[in-house]
Design a protein around this ligand. Structure first.
Ligand SMILES: [Zn+2]
Length: 252
């Protein structure tokens, strides 16, 4: 084995250890999220006056974290949108069914969390096909919202999702819960940047640190309640936004 190949595993292990112990660089408040409003067939937020927001959870369900998230949402009468990975729904159908039973919305986030970095239409269509069979059979729902893994997409992919009847959802506030390691900092970021109509990206995947995620979520939902925000699903946020626009324009 060449020396470089022998040392590579150690280098990778070292980098992973560093990632665990070294505090992440602070996330700039300017990096709130990828956009606002709607653009090119993708919804980032739903600008509105009323204090409604949609908190979304990607990459679940997780048998350890998702039930804890559901408990926190129940305590705060919050209804959210979950974008589970199809493969994880297949692995943990009972947890996914609990999400539906508690009145939350289910969107699609592909079956295998594949990143579509280059045009890969055949793969995308097959991911749609698999999810469109799995979700109705397992959960009794056919999602109308779709979020691309890593928020990586191009116009052709967005159009392909549109042809299937999906509304493509991005976010206007990325919590960076995969990057910020301190629960209080994470909560502070979300609760200080949030504005009416925001779609907030968070995760309930197994890979999150459970105690930290629980602490952050408790702080976030306490603060949102104190600030007078009402947490609703993305589909409700879109409908409320349309209704608010209609009121602004007045009767024809
Ligand atoms: Zn994801």
């Amino acid at each position: 084995m060449a020396p470089a190949r022998r040392t590579l595993p150690f280098v990778l292990a070292g980098l992973f250890a560093l990632w665990l112990v070294v505090p992440a660089a602070p996330v700039s408040p300017q990096l709130k999220g990828p956009g606002t409003g709607s653009r090119g067939g993708v919804v980032f937020s739903v600008p509105m006056e009323a204090k409604f927001v949609a908190i979304t959870f990607d990459d679940g369900p997780s048998p350890s974290l998702t039930p804890a998230v559901l408990g926190i949402l129940r305590q705060h009468s919050a209804r959210c949108t979950f974008f589970p990975i199809g493969r994880e729904v297949q692995k943990y159908p009972e947890v996914a069914r609990q999400v539906v039973a508690e009145g939350h919305e289910i969107g699609c986030h592909t079956f295998s969390h594949v990143y579509f970095r280059s045009p890969a239409m055949a793969r995308l269509e097959s991911e749609f096909d698999t999810c469109e069979k799995l979700f109705p059979e397992t959960l009794g729902v056919r999602p109308t919202l779709f979020r691309f893994p890593g928020l990586a997409y191009d116009t052709t992919m967005v159009q392909a999702a549109g042809k299937r009847g999906y509304t493509v959802i991005s976010c206007s506030l990325d919590a960076y819960d995969w990057r910020i390691k301190d629960a209080k900092q994470l909560a502070q970021r979300v609760t200080s940047l949030i504005r009416p109509g925001d779609i907030v990206l968070m995760h309930d995947g197994d890979w999150l640190n459970l105690p930290r995620a629980k602490e952050a979520l408790g702080l976030i939902f306490d603060s949102l309640q104190q600030q007078g925000y009402i947490c609703i699903t993305v589909s409700e946020l879109i409908s409320f936004g349309l209704a608010e626009q209609g009121r602004d324009q007045g009767p024809e």
